[in-house]
Write a protein that binds this ligand. Structure first.
Ligand SMILES: [Zn+2]
Length: 387
Protein backbone atom coordinates (compact mmCIF):
# COMPACT_ATOMS: atom_id res chain seq x y z
CA UNK A 1 0.00 0.00 0.00
CA UNK A 2 1.42 3.35 -1.10
CA UNK A 3 -0.13 6.43 0.50
CA UNK A 4 0.73 9.91 -0.74
CA UNK A 5 0.28 12.79 1.70
CA UNK A 6 0.16 15.90 -0.44
CA UNK A 7 -0.58 19.62 -0.45
CA UNK A 8 1.69 20.05 2.60
CA UNK A 9 2.30 23.80 3.05
CA UNK A 10 5.40 23.26 5.20
CA UNK A 11 7.20 19.93 5.54
CA UNK A 12 9.91 19.61 8.20
CA UNK A 13 12.14 16.74 7.03
CA UNK A 14 15.17 17.25 9.32
CA UNK A 15 17.33 16.31 6.35
CA UNK A 16 19.80 19.23 6.36
CA UNK A 17 19.74 21.34 3.21
CA UNK A 18 22.34 24.10 2.91
CA UNK A 19 22.49 25.75 6.32
CA UNK A 20 18.97 24.60 7.28
CA UNK A 21 19.07 21.73 9.79
CA UNK A 22 15.30 21.27 9.54
CA UNK A 23 15.35 20.63 5.78
CA UNK A 24 12.08 22.49 5.35
CA UNK A 25 10.16 22.16 2.07
CA UNK A 26 7.11 24.17 1.01
CA UNK A 27 4.33 22.79 -1.23
CA UNK A 28 5.58 19.29 -0.50
CA UNK A 29 4.41 15.69 -0.42
CA UNK A 30 5.43 12.47 1.34
CA UNK A 31 4.97 8.92 0.09
CA UNK A 32 4.48 6.17 2.69
CA UNK A 33 4.96 2.54 1.70
CA UNK A 34 4.04 0.09 4.43
CA UNK A 35 5.79 1.10 7.64
CA UNK A 36 8.42 3.25 5.93
CA UNK A 37 8.77 6.53 4.12
CA UNK A 38 9.46 5.90 0.43
CA UNK A 39 9.85 9.44 -0.84
CA UNK A 40 9.59 13.13 0.21
CA UNK A 41 9.86 16.18 -2.06
CA UNK A 42 7.99 18.85 -4.01
CA UNK A 43 4.30 18.00 -4.47
CA UNK A 44 4.63 18.68 -8.21
CA UNK A 45 7.12 15.79 -8.53
CA UNK A 46 5.17 13.29 -6.41
CA UNK A 47 5.15 9.67 -7.59
CA UNK A 48 1.94 7.67 -8.10
CA UNK A 49 0.18 6.10 -5.11
CA UNK A 50 -2.75 3.83 -4.25
CA UNK A 51 -4.24 6.41 -1.94
CA UNK A 52 -3.90 10.21 -1.81
CA UNK A 53 -4.42 12.25 1.36
CA UNK A 54 -4.78 15.99 0.61
CA UNK A 55 -3.89 17.91 3.79
CA UNK A 56 -5.13 21.20 2.37
CA UNK A 57 -2.16 23.47 3.09
CA UNK A 58 -1.27 22.26 6.57
CA UNK A 59 2.15 21.55 8.11
CA UNK A 60 3.70 18.11 8.60
CA UNK A 61 6.58 17.32 10.97
CA UNK A 62 8.27 14.06 12.05
CA UNK A 63 6.63 12.30 15.00
CA UNK A 64 8.04 13.54 18.30
CA UNK A 65 10.83 11.49 19.86
CA UNK A 66 10.43 11.80 23.63
CA UNK A 67 13.78 10.55 24.92
CA UNK A 68 13.12 10.86 28.66
CA UNK A 69 10.13 9.53 30.61
CA UNK A 70 9.26 7.64 33.76
CA UNK A 71 5.93 6.05 32.83
CA UNK A 72 5.85 2.90 34.96
CA UNK A 73 4.54 3.98 38.35
CA UNK A 74 1.49 4.08 40.58
CA UNK A 75 0.12 6.79 42.82
CA UNK A 76 -0.35 10.50 42.52
CA UNK A 77 1.49 13.52 43.91
CA UNK A 78 -0.96 16.30 43.16
CA UNK A 79 -0.89 17.44 46.79
CA UNK A 80 2.91 17.80 46.64
CA UNK A 81 2.56 19.92 43.49
CA UNK A 82 -0.05 22.08 45.18
CA UNK A 83 2.22 22.60 48.20
CA UNK A 84 5.14 23.48 45.93
CA UNK A 85 3.08 26.06 44.09
CA UNK A 86 2.29 27.52 47.51
CA UNK A 87 6.01 28.02 48.11
CA UNK A 88 7.51 24.69 49.23
CA UNK A 89 10.85 23.79 47.55
CA UNK A 90 11.30 20.68 45.36
CA UNK A 91 13.68 18.01 46.73
CA UNK A 92 14.68 14.66 45.23
CA UNK A 93 13.23 12.63 48.16
CA UNK A 94 9.59 12.87 46.98
CA UNK A 95 10.40 9.96 44.66
CA UNK A 96 10.10 7.64 47.68
CA UNK A 97 6.33 8.15 47.96
CA UNK A 98 5.91 6.96 44.37
CA UNK A 99 8.13 3.97 45.17
CA UNK A 100 5.75 2.82 47.95
CA UNK A 101 2.70 3.08 45.67
CA UNK A 102 4.50 1.36 42.77
CA UNK A 103 5.69 -1.57 44.88
CA UNK A 104 2.10 -2.09 46.06
CA UNK A 105 0.65 -2.15 42.52
CA UNK A 106 0.18 -5.32 40.43
CA UNK A 107 1.78 -5.78 37.01
CA UNK A 108 -1.62 -5.33 35.37
CA UNK A 109 -2.28 -2.10 37.22
CA UNK A 110 1.08 -0.71 36.14
CA UNK A 111 0.54 -1.96 32.59
CA UNK A 112 -2.87 -0.29 32.31
CA UNK A 113 -1.48 3.04 33.51
CA UNK A 114 1.51 2.75 31.17
CA UNK A 115 -0.69 2.06 28.13
CA UNK A 116 -2.90 4.99 29.08
CA UNK A 117 0.11 7.32 29.04
CA UNK A 118 1.27 5.98 25.68
CA UNK A 119 -2.15 6.61 24.14
CA UNK A 120 -2.13 10.11 25.63
CA UNK A 121 1.32 10.76 24.13
CA UNK A 122 0.46 9.34 20.72
CA UNK A 123 -2.58 11.62 20.52
CA UNK A 124 -0.18 14.53 21.06
CA UNK A 125 2.18 13.43 18.30
CA UNK A 126 4.76 11.37 20.18
CA UNK A 127 5.67 8.25 18.21
CA UNK A 128 8.90 7.15 19.97
CA UNK A 129 9.24 7.03 23.76
CA UNK A 130 12.09 6.14 26.08
CA UNK A 131 10.97 4.73 29.44
CA UNK A 132 13.00 4.47 32.64
CA UNK A 133 12.58 2.29 35.69
CA UNK A 134 13.39 3.85 39.05
CA UNK A 135 10.25 3.54 41.17
CA UNK A 136 10.92 -0.04 42.26
CA UNK A 137 14.36 0.28 43.88
CA UNK A 138 14.46 -3.41 44.85
CA UNK A 139 15.69 -6.25 42.66
CA UNK A 140 12.19 -7.66 42.11
CA UNK A 141 10.49 -4.34 41.55
CA UNK A 142 13.10 -2.83 39.24
CA UNK A 143 13.03 -6.03 37.17
CA UNK A 144 9.24 -5.68 36.95
CA UNK A 145 9.45 -2.10 35.73
CA UNK A 146 12.02 -2.66 32.97
CA UNK A 147 10.16 -5.80 31.89
CA UNK A 148 6.85 -3.90 31.62
CA UNK A 149 8.56 -1.03 29.78
CA UNK A 150 10.14 -3.47 27.32
CA UNK A 151 6.64 -4.66 26.38
CA UNK A 152 5.97 -1.27 24.76
CA UNK A 153 9.32 0.22 23.64
CA UNK A 154 12.85 -0.88 22.75
CA UNK A 155 14.15 2.28 24.49
CA UNK A 156 14.26 0.95 28.05
CA UNK A 157 16.51 2.49 30.68
CA UNK A 158 17.53 0.83 33.93
CA UNK A 159 17.46 3.57 36.59
CA UNK A 160 17.84 1.60 39.81
CA UNK A 161 20.03 4.52 40.94
CA UNK A 162 17.16 7.01 40.91
CA UNK A 163 17.29 7.72 44.66
CA UNK A 164 18.50 5.75 47.69
CA UNK A 165 15.39 3.97 49.04
CA UNK A 166 14.30 4.55 52.63
CA UNK A 167 15.48 1.08 53.77
CA UNK A 168 19.06 1.95 52.69
CA UNK A 169 18.96 5.61 53.79
CA UNK A 170 22.00 5.39 56.11
CA UNK A 171 24.03 2.97 53.95
CA UNK A 172 23.92 4.35 50.38
CA UNK A 173 27.08 2.51 49.28
CA UNK A 174 25.41 -0.81 50.09
CA UNK A 175 22.53 0.27 47.90
CA UNK A 176 25.00 0.99 45.08
CA UNK A 177 26.38 -2.55 45.61
CA UNK A 178 22.84 -3.87 45.08
CA UNK A 179 22.25 -1.72 41.97
CA UNK A 180 25.56 -2.70 40.34
CA UNK A 181 25.19 -6.37 41.36
CA UNK A 182 21.96 -8.39 41.60
CA UNK A 183 19.69 -5.58 40.39
CA UNK A 184 21.75 -5.03 37.24
CA UNK A 185 21.80 -8.81 36.65
CA UNK A 186 18.00 -8.87 36.76
CA UNK A 187 17.43 -5.71 34.70
CA UNK A 188 20.14 -5.73 32.02
CA UNK A 189 18.39 -8.36 29.83
CA UNK A 190 15.37 -6.02 29.43
CA UNK A 191 17.33 -2.77 29.05
CA UNK A 192 19.28 -0.83 26.45
CA UNK A 193 20.40 2.06 28.66
CA UNK A 194 21.86 2.62 32.15
CA UNK A 195 21.05 5.85 33.98
CA UNK A 196 21.82 7.49 37.35
CA UNK A 197 20.57 10.58 39.16
CA UNK A 198 23.89 12.33 39.90
CA UNK A 199 22.79 15.10 42.22
CA UNK A 200 22.98 16.25 45.84
CA UNK A 201 20.33 14.20 47.68
CA UNK A 202 20.62 11.34 45.17
CA UNK A 203 24.03 9.85 44.15
CA UNK A 204 27.56 11.28 44.38
CA UNK A 205 29.81 11.44 41.35
CA UNK A 206 31.83 8.46 42.69
CA UNK A 207 28.69 6.37 43.16
CA UNK A 208 27.39 7.51 39.76
CA UNK A 209 30.60 6.39 38.08
CA UNK A 210 30.28 2.94 39.66
CA UNK A 211 26.69 2.62 38.44
CA UNK A 212 27.45 3.71 34.89
CA UNK A 213 30.62 1.63 34.55
CA UNK A 214 28.82 -1.48 35.80
CA UNK A 215 26.16 -0.95 33.13
CA UNK A 216 28.72 -0.32 30.39
CA UNK A 217 30.41 -3.60 31.34
CA UNK A 218 27.07 -5.32 30.64
CA UNK A 219 26.64 -3.68 27.23
CA UNK A 220 24.28 -0.91 28.32
CA UNK A 221 24.88 2.64 27.09
CA UNK A 222 24.92 5.43 29.67
CA UNK A 223 22.64 8.42 30.00
CA UNK A 224 22.72 10.63 33.08
CA UNK A 225 20.35 12.82 35.12
CA UNK A 226 22.56 15.73 36.27
CA UNK A 227 22.69 19.41 37.21
CA UNK A 228 18.94 19.62 37.85
CA UNK A 229 19.05 21.17 41.31
CA UNK A 230 22.52 22.73 41.27
CA UNK A 231 25.88 22.54 39.50
CA UNK A 232 27.85 19.30 39.84
CA UNK A 233 30.30 16.97 38.14
CA UNK A 234 27.68 14.80 36.45
CA UNK A 235 27.95 16.43 33.03
CA UNK A 236 31.68 15.89 32.77
CA UNK A 237 31.33 12.31 34.01
CA UNK A 238 28.70 11.68 31.32
CA UNK A 239 30.93 13.11 28.60
CA UNK A 240 33.94 11.14 29.84
CA UNK A 241 31.98 7.89 29.73
CA UNK A 242 30.53 8.60 26.28
CA UNK A 243 26.93 8.96 27.45
CA UNK A 244 24.31 9.32 24.73
CA UNK A 245 22.68 12.13 26.69
CA UNK A 246 22.82 14.16 29.86
CA UNK A 247 19.39 15.20 30.94
CA UNK A 248 18.21 18.32 32.85
CA UNK A 249 21.30 20.58 32.69
CA UNK A 250 19.49 23.39 34.43
CA UNK A 251 22.69 24.54 36.17
CA UNK A 252 25.65 24.28 33.80
CA UNK A 253 29.10 25.78 34.30
CA UNK A 254 31.11 27.15 31.35
CA UNK A 255 33.33 24.05 31.65
CA UNK A 256 30.23 21.82 31.31
CA UNK A 257 29.14 23.69 28.17
CA UNK A 258 32.63 23.41 26.64
CA UNK A 259 32.78 19.69 27.45
CA UNK A 260 29.38 19.09 25.85
CA UNK A 261 30.19 21.14 22.75
CA UNK A 262 33.29 18.99 22.16
CA UNK A 263 31.44 15.70 22.66
CA UNK A 264 28.87 13.40 21.03
CA UNK A 265 26.73 13.65 24.17
CA UNK A 266 23.34 15.31 23.63
CA UNK A 267 21.98 17.69 26.24
CA UNK A 268 18.32 16.89 26.83
CA UNK A 269 16.41 19.81 28.24
CA UNK A 270 13.22 19.11 30.17
CA UNK A 271 11.21 22.34 30.38
CA UNK A 272 8.28 20.63 32.09
CA UNK A 273 10.51 20.20 35.15
CA UNK A 274 11.40 23.86 35.50
CA UNK A 275 7.75 24.74 34.89
CA UNK A 276 6.45 22.31 37.53
CA UNK A 277 9.13 22.94 40.15
CA UNK A 278 9.41 26.68 39.56
CA UNK A 279 13.13 26.49 38.89
CA UNK A 280 14.80 28.96 36.53
CA UNK A 281 14.80 27.77 32.91
CA UNK A 282 18.15 26.82 31.35
CA UNK A 283 19.36 29.15 28.61
CA UNK A 284 19.11 27.00 25.49
CA UNK A 285 20.34 29.89 23.36
CA UNK A 286 23.70 29.88 25.16
CA UNK A 287 23.99 26.12 24.61
CA UNK A 288 23.05 26.08 20.93
CA UNK A 289 25.31 29.04 20.19
CA UNK A 290 28.18 27.19 21.90
CA UNK A 291 27.64 24.20 19.59
CA UNK A 292 25.89 21.84 22.02
CA UNK A 293 23.35 19.41 20.48
CA UNK A 294 20.08 19.97 22.32
CA UNK A 295 17.06 17.66 22.62
CA UNK A 296 13.72 18.39 24.26
CA UNK A 297 11.77 15.79 26.26
CA UNK A 298 8.84 15.76 28.69
CA UNK A 299 10.33 13.79 31.63
CA UNK A 300 6.79 12.61 32.32
CA UNK A 301 6.76 11.59 35.99
CA UNK A 302 4.42 12.12 38.92
CA UNK A 303 6.76 14.36 40.93
CA UNK A 304 8.60 17.01 38.97
CA UNK A 305 6.91 17.09 35.53
CA UNK A 306 3.54 15.48 34.98
CA UNK A 307 3.06 16.65 31.40
CA UNK A 308 3.25 14.27 28.44
CA UNK A 309 2.92 17.05 25.88
CA UNK A 310 5.83 17.72 23.54
CA UNK A 311 3.94 20.72 22.04
CA UNK A 312 3.82 22.20 25.56
CA UNK A 313 7.58 21.69 25.98
CA UNK A 314 8.21 23.32 22.60
CA UNK A 315 6.10 26.33 23.56
CA UNK A 316 8.02 26.80 26.82
CA UNK A 317 11.40 26.30 25.12
CA UNK A 318 10.55 29.06 22.65
CA UNK A 319 8.93 31.40 25.16
CA UNK A 320 11.40 31.02 28.04
CA UNK A 321 14.59 29.28 26.90
CA UNK A 322 15.55 31.29 23.84
CA UNK A 323 14.97 28.64 21.16
CA UNK A 324 13.45 29.50 17.78
CA UNK A 325 10.36 27.46 16.85
CA UNK A 326 12.45 25.65 14.20
CA UNK A 327 15.14 24.76 16.77
CA UNK A 328 12.57 23.59 19.32
CA UNK A 329 10.78 21.34 16.81
CA UNK A 330 14.15 19.96 15.65
CA UNK A 331 15.15 19.29 19.28
CA UNK A 332 11.83 17.48 19.94
CA UNK A 333 12.25 15.23 16.88
CA UNK A 334 15.78 14.86 15.46
CA UNK A 335 17.36 15.89 18.78
CA UNK A 336 15.45 13.19 20.65
CA UNK A 337 16.48 10.65 18.01
CA UNK A 338 20.13 11.61 18.48
CA UNK A 339 19.73 11.29 22.25
CA UNK A 340 18.55 7.71 21.60
CA UNK A 341 21.17 7.13 18.88
CA UNK A 342 18.45 6.38 16.34
CA UNK A 343 18.63 7.37 12.68
CA UNK A 344 15.31 5.82 11.62
CA UNK A 345 13.06 8.23 13.57
CA UNK A 346 12.91 12.02 13.96
CA UNK A 347 13.42 12.42 10.22
CA UNK A 348 11.23 12.30 7.10
CA UNK A 349 13.44 10.63 4.52
CA UNK A 350 13.34 7.46 2.40
CA UNK A 351 13.85 4.41 4.59
CA UNK A 352 12.89 6.09 7.87
CA UNK A 353 9.92 4.84 9.86
CA UNK A 354 6.68 6.44 8.64
CA UNK A 355 6.10 8.38 11.86
CA UNK A 356 4.58 11.76 10.99
CA UNK A 357 2.39 14.41 12.54
CA UNK A 358 -0.10 16.55 10.63
CA UNK A 359 -0.69 19.86 12.39
CA UNK A 360 -3.92 21.76 12.13
CA UNK A 361 -1.84 24.80 11.21
CA UNK A 362 0.02 26.12 8.15
CA UNK A 363 3.39 26.14 9.95
CA UNK A 364 5.15 24.50 12.92
CA UNK A 365 5.49 27.98 14.46
CA UNK A 366 1.92 27.51 15.67
CA UNK A 367 3.15 24.90 18.18
CA UNK A 368 4.62 27.79 20.19
CA UNK A 369 2.36 30.55 18.89
CA UNK A 370 -0.83 28.75 20.01
CA UNK A 371 0.21 27.15 23.34
CA UNK A 372 -2.21 24.72 24.91
CA UNK A 373 -4.25 24.33 21.72
CA UNK A 374 -4.56 20.72 20.47
CA UNK A 375 -3.01 21.22 17.02
CA UNK A 376 -2.15 17.57 16.33
CA UNK A 377 -4.74 16.55 13.75
CA UNK A 378 -3.46 13.17 12.51
CA UNK A 379 -0.53 10.99 13.59
CA UNK A 380 0.98 8.29 11.39
CA UNK A 381 2.81 5.67 13.45
CA UNK A 382 4.65 2.99 11.45
CA UNK A 383 2.61 4.10 8.44
CA UNK A 384 -0.78 3.70 10.12
CA UNK A 385 -2.95 6.80 10.51
CA UNK A 386 -4.37 7.50 13.96
CA UNK A 387 -6.90 10.26 14.58
ZN1 LIG B 1 13.95 11.92 34.77
Amino acid sequence: MRTLITNIAELTTNVPTGGDLTGTLNDAAVLIEGERIAWAGPAADAPAADEVVDVDGRAVIPGFVDSHSHLVFAGDRAAEFEARMAGQKYAAGGIRSTVSATRAATDDELRARLRGFLDEMLAQGTTTVEIKSGYGLSVTDEERLVRLAAEVTPEVTFLGAHVVPADYADRPDEYVDLVTGPMLDACAPHSKWIDVFCETGAFTVTQSRRVLESGIARGLVPRVHASQLGPGEGVRLAVELGAASIDHGTYLTDADVDALADSHTVLTLLPGVEFSTRQPYPNARRLIDAGVTVALACDTNPGSSFTSSMPFCIAVAVRDMGMTPAEAVWAATAGGAMALRRDDVGVIAPGARADLVLLDAPTRIHLAYRPGVPLVRTVWKDGRAIG
